[in-house]
Each structure stands twice: as C-alpha cells, then as structure tokens.
Design a protein around this ligand. Structure first.
Ligand code: ADP
Ligand code: MG
Length: 420
C-alpha cells in the first residue's frame, strides 16, 4: 500500500518521499487508518517493522490538520536511546510541517533540565520521555498536560521488563481522561494484555507478532566450549573484512570487558557497551557505531531491543540469550528493512537446553557446526528428549548435581527445614 492512500497531510507525504519510504509496512498499513479514525490501539509486531512511523505519522497528521496548542502528544519509552531515536524520526517526518518535538530523558546537566522544563510547560507539540525523568519533572507544577490528546507507550513490553509499571500508571493518572491511547510492543505477553486492558478504551488489536527472525538472516550455530569462544570470534572476524558493522552479545559485563580488550589488542575498531558504562559513553559508542567509525560493538543485552541501527552485517551471540524472544530481537538487528545479515550463536554444553528452547520457539532446527579443526573439537549436540533424559543422558547439565535417571533419585542438597 502506498502512503498516498492514507489521506495524510501533504507536508507529511513530502517528508515520507524524502525518507525514501516507498510503501507502508504491514503494521503501518493496518495501524495508520485506525489511529487516524481516533481508535485506541494495541500494535504488536516484531522489531524493525516500522512501528515508530505507524504511530508518528497519524499523530503528526492530526497535529498538522488541527493546529493544536500546547503539548498534544506524550510518547513514553523505556530508554534514553529510544527517546532520542524517536525524536529524530519525528523531526525527519515533521520536517515540512510546523510541529515541534522534544526528548525528555535527562542529559545529567542543568541545561537539559531547563530545556526540558520549557518543553514540558507547553513549548513542544510532542514530548518523548523516559518514565523516571518525566516523573521527576512532574513533581513540579510547570508540567502542563492539560492539552494532551494522545498517549503512546512504545516498547511497552520492555518497559514492564524494566519495572516501570507503577511509574506508567502514575504518569497516566495525571493525563486528561479524554484522549487517544496507543500501545506498541514486540510481543503480546499476558502482562501486556493486562496493561492494555487497564489503559486502553475498547482498543483495536493488531497482532503481527510472528516469533520468527526476519527473512534474510542467515543463522549459524557453533557448538563451542567456553574456552573456544574467544578464539572462535577471532577466527570468524579474520575473514570478514567486508563486514562493516558487527555486534557481539555477551551474557555478562565482565565478558564484555574481556572480549573488548582482546579485540582491541588485535587492533580491531571495537567498543564495549554495558550498564557499567556511563550513559554519555554509551551514546558516543552508538553514534560512532551508526556512523561506522566503530566497526564492532561488544554489548550486554542493553542493546538488543529497540535501538535502530541499520545494516548490521553480523551479530554474534557469544552466549545463548536466556529468553527466546531476546534471540529473535538480537538477530533482528541484522537484515533490517530486508537487507541480508548473518547471525552466529555459540552454544556450550550448559546452554544446549536453552538453545533447544529457542529452536522450538522459532520453529527452526539449525545445523550445529563444530569449531574449525585447529581449535579442537567442541561439545557434541544432545537433544533434550524424554528418552535421553530417562537414560540419564543430560550432557547439558553434566557438571551440575542433578537427578540421574529415575524420579526419586535426586540427591538432596538441602534438608527441608523442620516445620515449627
Ligand atoms: P520498530 O519500532 O518496529 O522496531 P522502526 O520504527 O524503528 O521499527 O523502523 C525500523 C527502520 O525501518 C527505521 O530505520 C525506519 O526508518 C525504517 N522504516 C520504517 N517504515 C518504513 C517504510 N515504510 N519503508 C522503508 N523503511 C521504513
Ligand atoms: Mg520501535
């Protein structure tokens, strides 16, 4: 479907064509008309499918047509990075209109507080904010939400994961009751439904969440012992000179630290990102990664959701992510907007069970590769089948005390404490 078919404001159509959006994505095609009609809506579609424009375009359309005064739209998002990214997309799409937006996330200095204060006093049409920072401002009486007509919660699932539920409810309680509310999420988890029920009025539900990685991603799996992982990374990188943007996900901050150091010593252009790093440094790294000045980013999962970085050529899961959804999100970093990408996951003995859950989730069985010969053999793949479990074959937990064979033989590590 072409964007011209939505009846959007001319100035927006011009911006869309400048941004080289040719046709609307599926979520856009379904959500934009409903939002324009004024319905509440919950939109669920995987990462990289264009959810931002799906809510930004109809919102900008209304602001342009109605020439509203004061803050018209509040967008609440889980992270600063996402707030900035949405602000940028709004500025792009609103370029030919006279709509203003401001991202409220706190830069940590008095200057940003003042500018945010002005925006929140009614100086911007659209506010994009993280919950914590917004609540700090809302303690003051200059925040003027009396004109708010639209509330948007983006990455609602992520916000709940982080524990923003109470903050969200608190913020919403201060908004005019007569408003349109929209929620976007990558998944339709039960807690999302619950939140939707609480804050949306007879919402339209659009659910495109296929838990499948975007087409165009080649997925590879290496069975590797922990000690083989770093040499394997070096090996993989050695013949990938043409891969300009690479992300490596590790399960711990310490591994991020170590692997970054190893690759730096190998003279790769690399930077680490984890919650240990200052916000400012994280932002700098992301900027230089986007600009392709930094070629490799090693990160914990702070980066795995939401942040839009185009054309990542390669994602390496140094460790298997805990949550199958996270696997999909991570490899969704490659092959965005239908380009090709490569995703490689290292599976050690302990992670086989976890990886099997991912395969069940995405309904794909992958070929398990052994590391190249000079690194020695990796562990053997063992399916966690009922038969294997019955026979005590559980190599993925071999080193851990566990039950061997029949029920009832489980060694007790802790005596039940006597009831008083
Ligand atoms: P999501 O929020 O669903 O993860 P985004 O809204 O961040 O996805 O969009 C992902 C990328 O796709 C962005 O770079 C955006 O500019 C681009 N994009 C969005 N809609 C279109 C479209 N209709 N045509 C081409 N590119 C698009
Ligand atoms: Mg998004």
């Amino acid at each position: 479907m072409k964007f011209t078919e939505f009846g959007l404001n001319e100035d927006l159509l011009e911006a869309i064509s400048y941004m080289n959006f040719e046709k609307a994505s599926e979520i856009q095609e379904k959500a934009i008309p409903e939002i324009m009609k004024g319905h509440d809506l919950i939109g669920c579609a995987q990462t990289g499918t264009g959810k931002t424009a799906a809510f930004v375009l109809p919102t900008l359309h209304k602001i342009a047509e109605e020439k509203t005064k004061g803050i018209n739209t509040l967008v609440v998002v889980p992270t600063r990075e996402l707030a900035m990214q949405i602000d940028q997309q709004i500025q792009g799409l609103a370029y030919f209109t006279h709509t203003s937006s401001y991202a409220v996330y706190g830069g940590g200095d008095g200057v940003s507080w003042e500018a945010e204060r002005r925006a929140l006093s009614g100086g911007a049409d659209i506010i994009i904010a993280t919950p914590g920072r917004l609540i700090s401002h809302m303690m003051n009486d200059y925040v003027n939400f009396s004109t708010v007509k639209h509330l948007i919660l983006d990455e609602a699932d992520r916000m709940l994961d982080i524990g923003f539920y109470d903050d969200i409810v608190n913020i919403i309680s201060k908004l005019p009751k007569d408003r349109q509310s929209l929620m976007f999420s990558a998944t339709m988890a039960p807690k999302i439904r619950k939140l939707a029920k609480e804050i949306l009025k007879s919402p339209i539900e659009i659910n495109l969440a296929v838990s499948k990685p975007a087409a165009g991603v080649t997925q590879k799996v290496y069975l590797a012992n922990e000690s083989q992982k770093t040499p394997l990374v070096k090996d993989i990188l050695a013949d990938k000179d043409n891969f300009k943007s690479i992300i490596i996900f590790c399960s711990t901050k310490k591994k991020v630290e170590q692997l970054t150091r190893v690759l730096k010593n190998k003279r790769y252009s690399v930077a680490g990102v984890s919650s240990d790093y200052e916000q400012e440094i994280r932002e700098k790294v992301l900027l230089s990664f986007r600009a392709r000045t930094t070629r490799i980013v090693v990160a914990t999962d702070v980066l795995s959701r939401g942040i839009d970085i185009k054309d990542i050529n390669l994602v390496i899961n140094y460790d298997v992510p805990n949550d199958p959804e996270d696997y999909v999100h991570r490899i969704g970093r490659t092959a965005r907007a239908e380009t090709k990408g490569l995703a490689i996951t290292f599976v050690n003995e302990d992670d086989m069970r976890k990886f099997q859950r991912i395969e069940e989730f995405i309904e794909i069985q992958m070929e398990k590769l052994q590391p190249p010969e000079h690194l020695g053999p990796g562990p053997q793949w063992m399916q966690a089948s009922p038969k294997n479990i019955r026979n005590g074959k559980r190599p993925w937990s071999k080193n851990k005390p566990g039950f061997k064979g029949k029920k009832g033989n489980a060694p007790r590590h802790q005596k039940p404490s006597p009831k008083k």
